[in-house]
Design a protein around this ligand. Structure first.
Ligand code: SF4
Length: 444
C-alpha cells in the first residue's frame, strides 16, 4: 500500500462539516496504509483542513504554516497540504502559493476523495499539485470509513448551500446544495451502529432543505423518520437548521420521534427586520418568534441555541436594541456571538455603513453579558433534575471527572469511571454555571 510506513497529522479549523471532512480524509489515508500521529513534528504528511468563514480562521492557518515550515527544513520529504474552504476561494490557491511556497498540495473541498492519489503525485513528481474544482463537486459514495470513533458520529446529509446570506462565503466555496440519497445515509448509519455508535449528528449547511434536489422527493422530516427506525441507535441530532425552512410538519415530526434529541440550533443572526433583510435571511423576527413558540409548544423543555452577528453594515443602535430584545424574549440556552467581519467576495463586504471596530466590540460585550445571564439562569433552573447524559469521556477542564451531554445539548461534568465512556447514564444536576452543569450519577 502507498502509505505503508508513513504517518500523517490533520489539523482541523472551523465547523462540524470540516471535522467530518477531516475524518473522511483520515479514513482514506488509513485505508491506504498511513498511520495517524498526534504530534505534527513526527508526521510525514501534515494537512491543514481550513475554514474561511471568518478572517481570524485564515490568519490562524498562515500562522500555523509558518510553524510547520521549520519541520520541512529538517525533513525535505515532509508533505504539507492545505485543504478545505479557504483553498476554494477565487485566487486563494495563488495567495497561499505566494505566501507559503513550501506547501506541496492544495486540495479543494470537492477534491478530498482524490487525496491519496494526489499525495503520491506530489511524491513522485516532486512538484506542488493544485486540485481545486469549482462549482458543485460530485456526491461521492462508498468511500472507506474506518471503524467508528466512539459512540458518536457525524453523518453528512447535504453538501453546499443555496441561500446566499449576504455575509456568507459558504455557497461560493462549497457550491450549491446537493443531498445524499436516503439509502446511502441509512446504510452509513446502520454500519456505524454495528460498530457501537448510539448517537448520530446529521450534518448540512441547511438540513431543513434536505432532499429538494433529489429525484424522488424526500423531506428532512421523512429522513428523520427513517433514521429514527434504525435499530440500536439511541439519539439523533442535526445541524444546522435554517429558520425559513423549519416547517410545522418538521416540528410535529421531531416531537413524535423518540430518538430525535430535544435541541435545535436555530441561527437567528439579528433581531431587526431591516438587518435580516439586508442579510437575505428570508424570515422576519415575528416569524422566528412564532417558530420558537411552536417548537416550545410541541417539545416542552427543548434546548434552543443560536448564532448572532453584531455590527452588520448599517446596523443602528435601534437595530441592535431589537437584537437584545429578541434575545431577552427567546431566552436561548446558549448563543454563539460574533462581530461582523467582511469576507471578500460576499455582498455584505461591499455594503455601505461598515461600522467601526469599537462599536462592534461594545455591542458584542453588551450582547454577551445579556446572554450569559440568561444561560446561567436557565442552567440554575435545572438544578435538582435527573437527566440522561451520553458520556463523552474525561472532562477537558478536569480530567479526573467525566463529561457528557444531555439530550438538550447541555454540557455536564460529574465524577465517574472512565469505563462509562460511550454509555448513557442518569445524572442528578447539583450546580449550575454559565456554560455547564455539574452533577453526580443518580442510582435512583
Ligand atoms: S444558510 Fe446562509 S449562513 Fe448558512 S451556509 Fe448558507 S449562506 Fe451561509
Amino acid at each position: 500500500m502507498a502509505g505503508q510506513g508513513k504517518t500523517f497529522k490533520i489539523v482541523t479549523y472551523g465547523c462540524q462539516m470540516n471535522q467530518r471532512d477531516s475524518e473522511m480524509m483520515a479514513d482514506l489515508l488509513q485505508a491506504a496504509g498511513y498511520e495517524p500521529v498526534d504530534d505534527e513534528a513526527e508526521a510525514g504528511l501534515i494537512i491543514l483542513d481550513t475554514c474561511c468563514v471568518r478572517e481570524k480562521a485564515e490568519n490562524k492557518v498562515y500562522g500555523k504554516l509558518g510553524q510547520i515550515e521549520k519541520f520541512k527544513s529538517a525533513n525535505p520529504d515532509l508533505v504539507i497540504a492545505v485543504a478545505g474552504c479557504m483553498v476554494q476561494q477565487p485566487g486563494a490557491a495563488e495567495r497561499i502559493r505566494q505566501q507559503a511556497p513550501y506547501v506541496d498540495l492544495l486540495l479543494g473541498t470537492h477534491n478530498l476523495a482524490e487525496l491519496p492519489r494526489l499525495i503520491e503525485e506530489v511524491r513522485k513528481m516532486r512538484r506542488p499539485v493544485v486540485a481545486v474544482q469549482g462549482g458543485e463537486g460530485p456526491v461521492v459514495e462508498n468511500l472507506p470509513r474506518r471503524r467508528a470513533r466512539g459512540a458518536q458520529a457525524f453523518v453528512t446529509i447535504t453538501y453546499g448551500c443555496n441561500n446566499f446570506c449576504t455575509y456568507c462565503i459558504v455557497p461560493y466555496v462549497r457550491g450549491r446544495e446537493r443531498s445524499r440519497r436516503p439509502e446511502d445515509i441509512l446504510k452509513e448509519i446502520e454500519d456505524l451502529v454495528d460498530q457501537g455508535v448510539i448517537e448520530v449528528t446529521l450534518l448540512g449547511q441547511n438540513v431543513n432543505s434536505y432532499g429538494r434536489d433529489l429525484e424522488n422527493k424526500v423531506t428532512f422530516a421523512d429522513l428523520l423518520t427513517m433514521v429514527n427506525a434504525v435499530a440500536g441507535l439511541k439519539r439523533i441530532r442535526y445541524v444546522t437548521s435554517h429558520p425559513r425552512d423549519f416547517t410545522t410538519e418538521l416540528v410535529e415530526t421531531i416531537s413524535r420521534l423518540e430518538k430525535v434529541c430535544e435541541h435545535v440550533h436555530l441561527p437567528v443572526q439579528a433581531g431587526s427586520n431591516r438587518i435580516l433583510e439586508l442579510m437575505h435571511r428570508g424570515y422576519t423576527r415575528e416569524q422566528y418568534l412564532e417558530l420558537v413558540t411552536n417548537l416550545r409548544r410541541h417539545i416542552p423543555g427543548i434546548g434552543l441555541t443560536t448564532d448572532l452577528i453584531v455590527g452588520f453594515p448599517g446596523e443602528t443602535e435601534e437595530d441592535f436594541q431589537e437584537t437584545l430584545d429578541l434575545v431577552a424574549k427567546v431566552e436561548f440556552d446558549n448563543a454563539f456571538t460574533f462581530m461582523f467581519s467582511p469576507r471578500k467576495g460576499t455582498v455584505a463586504a461591499g455594503l455601505p455603513g461598515q461600522l467601526p471596530q469599537e462599536v462592534k466590540k461594545e455591542r458584542l460585550k453588551r450582547l454577551m453579558e445579556l446572554q450569559n445571564k440568561i444561560s446561567l439562569a436557565k442552567n440554575e433552573a435545572l438544578v435538582g433534575e435527573v437527566v440522561e447524559v451520553l458520556v463523552e469521556g474525561p472532562s477537558k477542564t478536569d480530567p479526573s471527572k467525566l463529561s457528557g451531554r444531555t439530550r438538550t445539548n447541555k454540557l455536564v461534568i460529574f465524577p465517574g469511571d472512565a469505563e462509562l465512556t460511550g454509555r448513557l447514564v442518569n445524572v442528578r444536576l447539583t450546580k449550575a454555571q454559565t456554560w455547564l452543569l455539574k452533577g453526580e450519577i443518580s442510582r435512583a
